[in-house]
Design a protein around this ligand. Structure first.
Ligand SMILES: *Cc1c(COP(=O)(O)O)cnc(C)c1O
Length: 442
């Protein structure tokens, strides 16, 4: 395959997840992507070294800024998402910070969905406040809510394809249209959907970010993130002098004018990544590439298992409020049919009978589901926010955060689904037995 196989033929997703962004190594013939475990690169001569440092030519200088193994990962994700390019980071959280810091200045304002991953809420609430960036939180289920809160200093809209923990599915096309009415970019965190289930750029998103830690890696081995740009946003519209004007941090370079569809990404790499230093390690990029090779196969299986587990829970007398958006009765059904036709992912929650104690007893009763704080592993994961991540909150505070005392979150893996259901049955049997014990001892 050539460097840009899509020029010769429009290859399918399953072909591109194996080949995009890579040629067998010309020096060794290595078929797998080599791990270029090097900090730096020998320059051919002083002139080419100078051209690289001036960004007049694109070449490797130092692995904080780019690395050939990381570059294959970046190109592959960009290709699968349908973007112009990508920049990888050491974590999903670093990718978000990088994506936003590149276009924000102190005093700017961001509009964000309130249904977000908890770590993102912390980052926006606390770190961004320190940078004097204002946030407005809105209900992601009401597209018109985005329109009413735009200010002269607003610089971006931010949301997740599938929100946490209620499984809200974003109406990407509607929200992108409102963002573009105001000449603003829509940034979508596509971690829970992956580019196999949904490609937000096809619906108008301008920037897509991922925590590669989750389904992209797929095996719970590595932390990483990536930012993809669509390449179509007009950064020279007057609202983004920070991207379009001569950069004082790069001897007056005008990133958008000089690099066009790569302008934002060049600034993200050559300034933000250079200066924040949240670089993805080559070995982690290699592990993410192993994950990407089987992404579609795993996601089909995750979805099939999630549907079966959600259906089982819906009919179980000790479970209620199953939030899987792929259930036929979900309020997001129409949005799922439009944006997630292959399935609504594999992460959702439900409420276990018996409140806080019930949720805890369920967790102690299962043996195959791993009790931990992560999602998107091939192995099935379970957590009870009331006794872990949200332990400090009282029942009323929990409810305000959209979590019931008995809420249990699942990330459904790729095991034999009968075993997953058998194990949940064990958990519910434990809940029932402990409740009966309490009645008899009372
Ligand atoms: C995990 C996660 C993040 C943060 O990514 P890290 O790799 O843990 O830094 C951001 N968004 C979503 C939706 C996530 O699940």
């Amino acid at each position: 395959m050539t460097d840009k196989p899509e020029e010769a033929r429009a290859f399918g997703f399953e072909t591109r997840q194996l080949h995009a962004g890579q040629r067998p190594d010309p020096n060794t013939g290595a078929r797998a992507v080599p791990v270029f475990q090097t900090t730096s690169y020998v320059f051919e001569d002083p002139e080419s070294a100078a051209a690289y440092f001036n960004l007049q030519e694109y070449g490797n200088t130092y692995s904080r800024i780019m690395n050939p193994t990381v570059a294959v990962f970046e190109e592959r994700v960009a290709n699968l998402e349908g973007g112009s390019g990508a920049v990888a980071f050491s974590s999903g959280i670093a990718a978000q910070a990088g994506a936003l810091f590149t276009l924000l200045e102190p005093g700017d304002h961001v509009v964000s969905s309130s249904a977000l991953y908890g770590g993102t809420v912390n980052q926006f609430k606390h770190l961004f406040r320190k940078m004097n960036v204002e946030l407005t939180w809105i209900d992601p289920d009401d597209p018109d809510a985005w329109r009413g809160v735009v200010r002269p200093n607003t610089k971006a809209f931010f949301a997740e394809t599938i929100g946490n923990p209620a499984g809200n599915v974003l109406d990407i096309e509607a929200v992108a249209a409102i963002a573009h009415e105001h000449e603003l970019p829509l940034i979508v965190d596509n971690t829970f959907a992956t580019p196999y289930l949904c490609r937000p750029i096809e619906w108008g998103a301008d920037i897509v970010i991922h925590s590669a830690t989750k389904f992209i890696g797929g095996h719970g081995t590595s932390i990483g993130g990536v930012v993809v740009e669509a390449g179509t946003f007009n950064w020279s519209n007057g609202r983004f002098p920070v991207v379009a004007d001569p950069s004082p941090a790069y001897h007056g370079l005008q990133f958008h004018e000089t690099f066009g569809e790569y302008g934002y990404l060049m600034k993200l790499r050559a300034e933000t990544l250079r200066d924040l230093g949240g670089t993805l390690a080559p070995l982690n990029a290699f592990l993410f590439l192993q994950g990407l090779e089987t992404l579609s196969l795993r996601m089909d299986r995750h979805v099939e298992n999630a549907r079966a587990v959600a259906a089982f829970l819906e009919s179980h007398e000790l479970a209620s409020n199953v939030t899987y958006p792929g259930l036929p009765g979900s309020p997001y059904r129409t949005l799922v049919e439009k944006y997630l036709p292959r399935g609504a992912g594999a992460v959702f929650s439900f409420d276990c009978a018996g409140g806080r104690v019930g949720g805890q007893d369920l967790i102690s009763g299962v043996t195959l589901w791993s009790h931990l704080a992560n999602v998107g592993d091939a192995k099935s994961l379970i957590i009870h926010p009331g006794s872990t991540t949200h332990r400090q909150l009282g029942d009323d505070e929990l409810r305000a955060a959209g979590i019931a005392p008995g809420t249990v979150r699942l990330s459904v893996g790729t095991e034999s689904v009968e075993d997953l259901i058998w194990d949940l049955e064990q958990g519910f049997a434990h809940v029932a037995a402990r409740a009966a014990e309490k009645v008899t001892t009372a």
